[in-house]
Ligand binder design. Structure first.
Ligand code: CA
Length: 218
């Protein structure tokens, strides 16, 4: 998998590129928006929004107009508006500086899995009467909207991306809670119990012993 890193600061870009390469990714790095728009197609773009030439949000918009490549935008702490606009312009996710490599890799994997699971990464996921719209962050069951907390929604979406598949607890922790700390496993159980209640039938989410959970139509 080939990642394009768009980052003007060498002190950030160099360890990042090295870290991603160590994880087995193929990485190219450019330092300007103009170079990002001229770069060869990649499988994912990690886009810093503060660039010396073109506003990163314009780069995001232009990339999205020409392709469906997954885009993760990088914002500085406190730049909430950028994050929101980035997502509106078609970015798939964001990370806030300073971020750890582990967190970034979890997000890269989540975004690429999502894009692979439903083609464009933007279409609602449908399993029987359940519809999960990640773009609108809404879930409906038989046309009735489910009243979910943000984490319940993310958990449902993480399971719905691969219906019928056993999804490990580690993967859910990484995707939904951006952690690999196993001590937080109990949190998953609490959220699963609540989701089952809201879905009205516990069989929607089956426990896979010693692995995790599987979502499927009862
Ligand atoms: Ca920058």
């Amino acid at each position: 998998m080939h990642i394009l890193v768009v980052e003007d600061e060498d002190s950030i870009a160099e360890p990042l590129v090295n870290g991603l390469r160590r994880e087995g990714f193929d990485v190219s790095r450019v330092a300007t928006g103009a170079d990002a728009l001229e770069a060869a197609p990649s499988d994912l773009v990690l886009l810093d929004l503060r660039l010396p030439d073109i506003d990163g949000l314009d780069v995001c918009r232009s990339l999205r107009e020409r392709s469906r490549v997954p885009i993760i935008v990088v914002t500085a702490r406190g730049e909430e508006a950028d994050r929101v606009v980035g997502l509106e312009l078609g970015a798939d996710d964001y990370v806030v500086k300073p971020y750890g490599l582990r967190e970034l890799i979890a997000r890269i994997r989540a975004v690429t899995r999502r894009a692979a699971a439903n083609g464009s990464g933007r279409e609602p996921l449908r399993i029987g009467g359940l519809e999960v719209d990640e773009r609108a962050r809404r879930a409906t069951l038989d046309g009735r909207e489910l009243d979910l907390t943000p984490k319940e929604f993310e958990l449902l979406a993480a399971l719905a991306r691969d219906p019928g598949a056993a999804v490990s607890r580690q993967r859910l922790l990484a995707d939904v809670w951006q952690t690999t700390w196993y001590g937080s496993a109990k949190t998953i159980d609490v959220h699963v119990a609540s989701l089952r209640r809201k879905l009205g039938d516990p069989r929607w989410i089956e426990t896979v012993r010693r692995v995790g959970f599987r979502l499927d139509e009862p």
